[in-house]
Design a protein around this ligand. Structure first.
Ligand code: NAD
Length: 297
């Protein structure tokens, strides 16, 4: 068997176009554009790339982008004051504080300061709680993007065995919650899991969010399973001095067994920003007291 490639790049482009249409409709109804504020503290090169790309995509979707770039030595109190100002700003529907923050700032304290109804990253404990009890809220972008790809591919997920490898607050845990909501039988594997290969072999759906290059091998995969590879790992390339990106799944061997698989790059990665825009749009409709149909986007 050679697995079908789940084209996250194409799916994300369609989602972004749909968000763009609804953002235009929002502007006509609300008399203002939806707005996303992104706060970056310091000069971490990867974070700078992410923030630039989020800003560009926000503008392309017809929304306002507010960038706040603060020096690395910004105090926690000053950052909290910026968050408070954004909470109070009616032009700002979504607030995203780019992680990681410098060591002298308590990340949890900063996330806790964001108004949960503007927390488009879905990291606030209120949104984690809403997800856990099945109330509407914001779900972290990467796992929500994974779920969209799975539902697009498989339709109804109920009764399927899913294994999520990784238990981070950003990917693994919310992914597991989402799959429970879809009536999957969910196993969460992590660094202390015994016989990981045997656990993965039971799964109809495998979501790998570990951060270890090509750890999940093809002979761990049940024939016909659907594989979602969240990992983004930079490894030495074929040419000296060059690097390339690989996932947490050994793509070639897994693709020989699975029925469908996300590539890296071009799978889950492009979904994250598309879902961020989607969450910002949903926040804008809610904050303006406008109705957006549950299945609109
Ligand atoms: P993390 O480091 O917070 O969590 C990794 C998890 O993997 C932990 O729960 C740990 O228990 C588990 N783990 C570690 N070693 C293991 C092992 N040997 N066996 C089984 N489990 C093991 O990472 P994260 O933030 O959840 O990210 C995971 C990966 O996903 C990274 O490669 C990251 O770059 C990528 N990522 C991608 C996107 C995207 O947009 N595509 C977004 C977020 C994260």
């Amino acid at each position: 068997m050679t697995a079908a490639i789940i084209d996250g790049k194409a799916f994300a482009a369609t989602l972004r176009a749909r968000v763009g249409e609804l953002a235009t409709a929002f502007e006509a109804k609300a008399g203002r554009k939806a707005g996303l504020a992104v706060v970056l503290v310091g000069e971490d090169p990867a974070s700078q790339v992410y923030v630039r790309s989020k800003g560009k995509s926000t503008l392309e979707a017809g929304m306002n982008s507010f960038e706040h770039k603060l020096p690395a030595d910004t105090s926690e109190a000053d950052l909290l004051a910026v968050v408070e100002a954004l909470n109070a700003d009616v032009a700002v529907d979504g607030i995203l504080v780019q992680l990681p923050l410098p060591k002298h700032i308590d990340e949890q304290k900063v996330i806790a300061a964001i108004n949960p109804d503007k927390d488009v990253d879905g990291f606030h404990v209120t949104n984690a709680g809403r997800l856990a009890v099945g109330q509407p809220g914001f779900v972290p972008c990467t796992p929500l993007g994974c779920l969209m790809l799975l539902k697009d591919r498989l339709g109804d997920l109920s009764g399927l065995d899913a294994v999520v490898i990784g238990r981070s607050n950003i990917v693994g845990k919310p992914m597991a919650q989402l799959l429970i909501s879809e009536s999957c039988t969910v196993t969460v594997a992590h660094s202390r899991t015994k016989d990981l290969a045997d656990v993965v072999r039971r799964a109809d759906i495998v979501v790998a969010a570990v951060g270890r290059p090509e750890m999940v091998k093809g002979d761990w995969i049940k024939p016909g399973a659907t594989v979602i590879d969240v990992g983004i790992n930079r490894v030495p390339g074929a040419e000296a001095g060059k690097t390339r990106l690989v996932g947490d799944v050994d793509y070639a061997s897994a693709a020989a067994v699975a029925s469908a698989i996300t590539p890296v790059p071009g799978g889950v990665g492009p979904m994250t920003i598309a879902v961020l825009l989607r969450n910002t749009l949903v926040a804008a409709y809610r904050n303006a007291g406008l109705v957006l149909a549950a299945d609109a986007v």
